[in-house]
Design a binder for this molecule. Structure first.
Ligand SMILES: Nc1ncnc2c1ncn2[C@@H]1O[C@H](COP(=O)(O)OP(=O)(O)O)[C@@H](O)[C@H]1O
Ligand SMILES: [Mg+2]
Length: 502
């Protein structure tokens, strides 16, 4: 048998007291897609950074094609054919896509040979079947386009090992499918792909091998054909994660939120919501299904008072509230989990404590006679950290030390520390690991059973089917279906989201 393309033996990497990689062994065969999965903090990114020459291990052996190597930085790695597509893209926003493609690729060459670059760009785009406006500045490209540009940048540098660190966490389902097509094509061409994700269906859709990491260690590597999602899930969390029963008890009360023929327009006056009408009642989760860009964002914004509707009426507990701002709506009992986690949802520079109380600081018990009590704030934060399982930071630390999943637990905890009248939840589990996802869904379920009305915007069909009492489908700004969940299957919902069925 020939040597694996990549072979790691006993790799160790410590950060102070934390052992990010603990005696890791890994073989990656040449040509194919090898998934690496694990909960937040399992050590996946650290391992990938070691493979890509960005981090030097404290101990262990690293072999390429059976020969030991010691990488002297990412440039050395790319010379040996190893490139990484990072979670945060490394493109220059002001430069064109074409300039970014070749930037830094030919050190020593001073002139930018535009014609040669164009030819190479065209060839790469053809190879990946990915269209791109090469003259546009990167700032104008969508997230998916930027990612494809990053991939082409690596191919331009002749990378034949490509590392993707949670590439789908920033993509819509449609774009993720496009990416999978590209990954399959690259693997069919003989390239070796390392693919990090914590969505198990993605592993079983594209990969041939899967390695599970937990607490810095590799717990298993299997051929995808020899395992199943349940087993991999168990290996990821170290126990059987029996999905909780989230079925509604069906005690639906009076309507809390009502939309009557609500319309909204975009920047150039183009319609984004067209006469949308539906209701959400006490003790009910109404899911808004749809592929991103069909009006979900506008819907959330008009309900929260972040955007003025162009027409129609929004009622909270029977009273028109179209003129009220976000803060007034919050005072009426509206809670909000924003899809924009580190913009609207939380303030990364503020402390965890400030984030925890950001929506409650004006009312008792935290404030007495308008004064904030530091002791109460600290105790409230500690309580929230415990109840909602926020790991990785003390109340006084800035929120940016938290991983995405833990930041979301903090936001969910803040919004659900008391039962809201109405909760608007936009993509609450996007990018959150398995255990966090299960936990957050359970919290939404609890809030419903305690009588909250919940509007849940999600692209995850499983999530919608598992949690909702009713599902409305938003397609091109219109509600094209409003159905009790019992009458919906995954296939039907997928078709409705794609605008294919009535
Ligand atoms: N540069 C760093 N400094 C300190 N600790 C780090 C650093 N990078 C990672 N860690 C820690 O190492 C552990 C593994 O992190 P990481 O490799 O990012 O995991 P994953 O990608 O699986 O979420 C975590 O506890 C994380 O906080
Ligand atoms: Mg990571």
């Amino acid at each position: 048998m020939s040597a694996p393309r990549i072979g790691l033996r006993g790799i160790v990497k410590r950060y102070g007291p934390i052992v990010a990689n603990d005696r890791v062994d890994l073989d990656v065969a040449a040509g194919g897609i090898h998934a690496v999965v694990g909960e937040n903090g399992a050590g996946k990114t650290t391992l990938m950074r070691i493979i890509a020459g960005l981090v030097e291990p404290d101990a262990g052996r690293y072999e390429l094609d059976g020969r030991p190597v010691r990488l002297r930085g990412p440039a050395d790695a790319i010379r040996r054919g190893i490139g990484m597509v990072h979670q945060r893209f490394q493109l220059v926003e002001e430069l064109s896509a074409l300039e970014n493609l070749v930037l830094g690729a030919t050190p020593g060459r001073l002139r930018f040979d535009r014609r040669a670059a164009r030819t190479a760009a065209r060839r790469l785009a053809e190879q990946l079947a990915a269209e791109l406006d090469w003259e546009a500045p990167v700032a104008q490209l969508s997230v998916g386009q930027r990612q494809r540009l990053e991939i082409m940048r690596l191919l331009y540098r002749r990378a034949d090992i490509l590392i993707f660190d949670e590439p789908t966490s920033v993509l819509t389902p449609g774009e993720a499918e496009l990416l999978f097509g590209i990954m399959r094509r690259l693997a069919a061409d003989g390239r070796t792909i390392l693919f990090i994700t914590h969505k198990l269906p993605e592993v079983f859709a594209v990969a041939q091998h899967v390695t599970v990491m937990r607490r810095g260690r590799v717990v298993a590597t299997s051929a995808v054909a020899d395992t199943d999602p349940r087993q991999v899930g168990r290996q990821m969390v170290g126990e059987d994660l029996t999905p909780p029963d989230l079925r509604p008890s069906g005690r639906v009360g009076r309507p809390v939120l009502a939309l009557r023929e609500v319309s909204a327009t975009g920047g150039r006056g183009e319609p984004r919501l067209r006469r949308v009408s539906f209701e959400v009642a006490e003790g009910e989760i109404v899911g808004v299904a749809g592929v991103e860009g069909n009006g979900q964002r506008e819907l959330v914004e008009v309900v929260m008072g972040l955007r003025q509707p162009a027409g129609g009426e929004i009622l909270l507990d029977g009273r028109p509230c179209g003129h009220r701002g976000v803060r007034e709506r919050r005072d009426l009992g509206v809670a909000f989990i924003s899809e924009d986690r580190d913009g609207e949802g939380a303030s990364l520079d503020a402390t965890i404590a400030d984030n925890a109380v950001a929506t409650a600081y004006r009312r008792p018990p935290l404030a007495r006679a308008g004064l904030l009590s530091p002791g109460r704030v600290r105790r409230a934060t500690e309580d929230l950290i415990r109840r909602f399982g926020v790991q990785g930071g003390r109340p006084g630390a800035p929120a940016r030390v938290l991983s995405g999943g833990n930041l979301q637990r903090l936001v969910v905890g803040r919004e659900l520390s008391r039962v809201p009248r109405l909760l608007v939840a936009a993509h609450p589990t996007r990018g959150v690991d398995l255990r966090g996802t299960v936990f957050i869904r359970q919290q939404l379920h609890r809030a419903r059973e305690a009588g909250a009305a919940i509007l849940l915007v999600s692209e995850e069909i499983v999530e919608l089917l598992e949690l909702c009492d009713r599902i409305v489908v938003l397609y091109r700004g219109r509600i094209t279906a409003d159905l009790p969940v019992a009458r919906v299957t995954a296939e039907r919902l997928g078709a409705l989201m794609a605008g294919l069925a009535a």
